[in-house]
Each structure stands twice: as C-alpha cells, then as structure tokens.
Design a protein around this ligand. Structure first.
Ligand code: GLV
Ligand code: MG
Length: 339
C-alpha cells in the first residue's frame, strides 16, 4: 500500500490554486508491457526502480483471445512484485465500449486495487466516460475496503475527446493526467497517415520562391503533426492541475526522431511519455529531466532576482518575474526528481 507521502499538491507557478492531489513521484516514462506475454512479464521485476511507471496493458496490442490471460497475468504480477518507492503500477483497461472492460475493472480493483496507482482509460470521448469509471471505482473500492482512491488517466485519441479535453481534465478529482494517443486519433480524425505517432515527411512547408521562380531549389521544413493537440491538452491539464503526457512513438528503431518528438512534448509542457521498448526508456529519462545546464541557469536567475520582483540583466538578457516563474518550474521538477 502506498502511503500519503506519495501524494502531493502540484505547484504550477503562477497557475490557479491546485484543485486536487496527484502522485508526487515523477512519471517521465510510462513503460508498457503485455501481461499475457510471459517473456515481457518475466522482465517486470528487472524494470522496477528503473522506470517511473510500469503499465500492464490490457487494451490494443493484446489479442482478443489473450484478454483474459492479460488480466490474470497482471493480477499475478501485481501480487508477486514489490514495486518499491520509485516505480508506480498502472494499467490500461479496455475501452468502455468493449466486452472486456467491466471484467477488467472488477477483477483488478477487487484483486489488486491496493497495488494499483492509476487506471488509464482509452478512447475517452467526454467527461461522461470519466464519471462512469469514477462511479464504478468508488463502488468497487468501497466493496474491497480500499482506503486510497485509484487515480484515472485519460487517453486523448478521438476527435470528440479533443473537443472535450477541458471537461475531461476536470471531470473528477481522480484525474491524474492525460496522454496523447496519436495512432487512434489519426484514424478517428481521418488523417492520411499510417504511423504510431511521430512526424510525416509529407507534412511540411517550403520557403518562398526567390524572384517568383517556383522551380528553383527551395528548402522545406517538416512540421509537427501533433503540435496543436499537445498544446490543447497541456492547457487543459494546466487549468485543472493534472499532468500531460506524450503517448506512443511506434518507430522503435528511429531513436533520433523519437527523442525529437519527446523533446517537443517536454518543451510544450508534458511531464512524460509512453515507452514501448527498453530503448526508449533512457531517451525518456534524459528528455523529461531538466538538463544540468537548465538547472544551473534557473538557479542563477533565481539568485539574481532576489526578492522575485522587478527586472535584472543577465548575460545580456532581461529577466523578470515571468522568466523567474519559468525557472522555478525547472527547479521544482529537478527537486522532485532528486527527492
Ligand atoms: C494509443 O493508444 C494511440 O492510439 O496512439
Ligand atoms: Mg489507442
């Protein structure tokens, strides 16, 4: 059973007063495993302490014929593993319109509800989906005699979900965060892509022609397909004091583009990402931890700003209350990671 010290009130500098409590421990990477796959399940104990979150996936990527085995496997793993102080246990249940979700919730809460930190709900369309899960959890927790509420994380992967993202973020005090689900979202929006997250070489802008010559060589710049959605999700999460995450990056071999995508999300405000392969764990850890250079700079600004008001010049740049607040965000994250 996790203790009360595992919860904290997020300090978003300059943001409205936090409205709820979310887990204090950082979750830079939510590492997915398939509990029905004995090879992956066997690796779980080795990952404890290395990853911030281990997520037993019951939804997509688990074959229909393996849904029961995945659920049972997760119960077994949850019971047998000591997750220690630094690794949380999450699950992704099946979608609310599937034949498996009721069994997912009843079994997991009843059998291992005291071990589960967060339940990730896929394909959330609106606050009503969160209300439904919230009610069910409340009933199941009461029946199981659980004293610590299980938190809820929504995946943003339908057009309707994106349209309702602010209401989803604020739908329940259980809301821990929201992840981008680029693969399902692309399909739901009828985007003409075939990938799991990341960019696309066709989504670009070209610099203007010189002297009207459209045939001359002109550089192009690839654009981020996910910028709009991530920015919307980040705003919704900040408004409600919960955490935003990037989701899956399916091109496991392309560690360079993966790092770029993760970094864009980090810079825009996300606190973490999903990792689908061990190769992505180290990338997420590096990207979602503030760099030593950024921390050193933030400390200098804090020191130079004295009582925090007014403006100072540092290395030829103006620093004021607002840049100090940005620096405090970096320092708070660094503190939390070193705790
Ligand atoms: C994740 O579930 C996605 O659809 O991208
Ligand atoms: Mg999905």
């Amino acid at each position: 059973m996790r203790s009360a010290k595992d919860f904290f009130t997020p300090l978003a500098v300059g943001a409205p007063a936090p409205v709820r409590e979310v887990p204090a421990r950082p979750s830079r990477m939510i590492h997915f495993f398939d509990p029905s796959n004995p090879r992956m399940a066997a690796k779980v104990p080795q990952l404890v302490g290395t990853v911030d979150v281990l997520l037993g996936n019951l939804e997509d990527a688990v074959k229909a014929e393996n849904k029961d085995a995945a659920r049972a496997g997760l119960v077994e793993i949850a019971r047998a593993t000591d997750f220690g102080e630094h690794t949380q246990l999450w699950t992704r249940i099946n979608s609310l319109d599937s034949p498996w979700v009721l069994d997912d919730l009843t079994t997991l809460v009843t059998e291992v509800g005291d071990r589960l930190d967060v339940i990730m709900v896929p394909k959330v369309q609106g606050p009503e989906d969160i209300h439904y899960v919230d009610r069910l959890l409340a009933q199941l927790e009461a029946k199981a005699g659980l004293t610590r509420p299980i938190l809820v994380h929504a995946i943003l992967e339908t057009a309707r979900g994106v349209a309702n993202v602010e209401a989803i973020a604020g739908a329940s005090p259980r809301m821990q965060g929201i992840s981008l689900g680029p693969a399902d979202l692309a399909a739901d929006r009828r985007m003409k892509t075939t990938r799991v997250g990341g960019g696309h070489p066709g989504y670009l802008v070209r610099v203007d022609p010189v002297d009207g010559d459209i045939t001359g060589a002109r550089p192009t710049f690839q654009q981020d397909l996910w910028h709009y959605t991530i920015a919307r999700m980040v705003d919704a999460c900040a408004m409600h004091g919960i955490f935003p995450y990037y989701g899956p990056f399916g091109d496991i071999a392309d560690v360079v583009a993966c790092e770029d995508q993760f970094r864009n999300a980090f810079l825009l405000g996300c606190v973490g990402t999903w990792t689908l392969h061990p190769a992505q764990i180290a990338i997420a850890k590096t990207v979602f931890s503030p760099s030593a250079q950024d921390v050193a700079h933030a400390r200098r600004v804090k020191e130079a700003m004295g009582d925090g008001t007014g403006a100072v010049m540092l290395d030829g740049k103006m620093e004021d209350d607002a840049s100090l607040k940005q620096c405090l965000v970096i320092l708070e994250l660094a503190d939390r990671l070193s705790a």
